[in-house]
Ligand binder design. Structure first.
Ligand SMILES: CC(C)(COP(=O)(O)OP(=O)(O)OC[C@H]1O[C@@H](n2cnc3c(N)ncnc32)[C@H](O)[C@@H]1OP(=O)(O)O)[C@@H](O)C(=O)NCCC(=O)NCCS
Length: 174
């Protein structure tokens, strides 16, 4: 699944690919993401400071995500850069929650935006009617990305995650 992107500060990537987990070097970027305390806190995963993450932990986590919905690795011309996911897929309601994380070294070049756009397209092809995102109110990058892709603010959970407000975004696909 390819998705092209527009220029971001003259440093755009030309396109990204979303594909199933599988390549040996996917583990490296996913381990980096799973070990990054600040990133996990932004994802509202209630990380523990002293947590050690082994390759087996990463593999078990990917398996859980694949069972739960859709889990795809984001690949740029430089290699694997992060992941996108659809979770808590409601088959009858035809909605699901998105998740995304891009490794720090690949951010700010349009990769996240192109990857989420690709995930939205994928959601449409698997019959989803709506995609929802819960975003920490202080997560300016994610909020800009969501709003730029046409997500609308549906509400706010007050003091929801470790004292942070959380914005509920939704995007209707049809
Ligand atoms: C959020 C995230 C996926 C964005 O990915 P990215 O590749 O850095 O973002 P992009 O370069 O595609 O930029 C997307 C938009 O965010 C804006 N943006 C990027 N970084 C930003 C920052 N630090 N502050 C404010 N806005 C920012 C860009 O200007 C762009 O807006 P535009 O489309 O209106 O021009 C990435 O920062 C990330 O993985 N963050 C940690 C995990 C996370 O927050 N996940 C989402 C949880 S809901």
């Amino acid at each position: 699944m390819e998705h092209s992107n527009r220029s971001v500060d003259g440093q755009s990537i030309s396109s990204i690919r979303l594909r199933a987990f599988g390549a040996e070097h996917d583990l490296q970027v996913l381990r980096e993401i799973r070990r990054d305390y600040a990133l996990q806190d932004i994802l509202m995963a209630y990380p523990e400071e002293s947590r050690d993450v082994s390759d087996d932990d990463v593999l078990a986590w990917v398996s859980r995500k694949e069972r739960d919905g859709v889990f795809l690795v984001v690949v740029t011309e430089r290699g694997p850069a992060g992941f996108v996911q659809l979770s808590n897929v409601h088959r009858k309601g035809e909605y699901a929650w998105f998740g995304i994380a891009i490794a720090a070294s690949s951010r700010g070049r349009g990769v996240g935006r192109a990857a989420l756009a690709g995930l939205i397209d994928h959601g449409g092809t698997v019959g989803l009617r709506k995609i929802i995102g819960d975003v920490r109110a202080d997560n300016s990058a994610s909020r800009a990305m969501c709003e730029g892709l046409g997500f609308e603010k549906a509400g706010t959970y007050r003091s929801h995650y470790r004292g942070h407000d959380v914005i509920i975004y939704e995007k209707h696909l049809r």
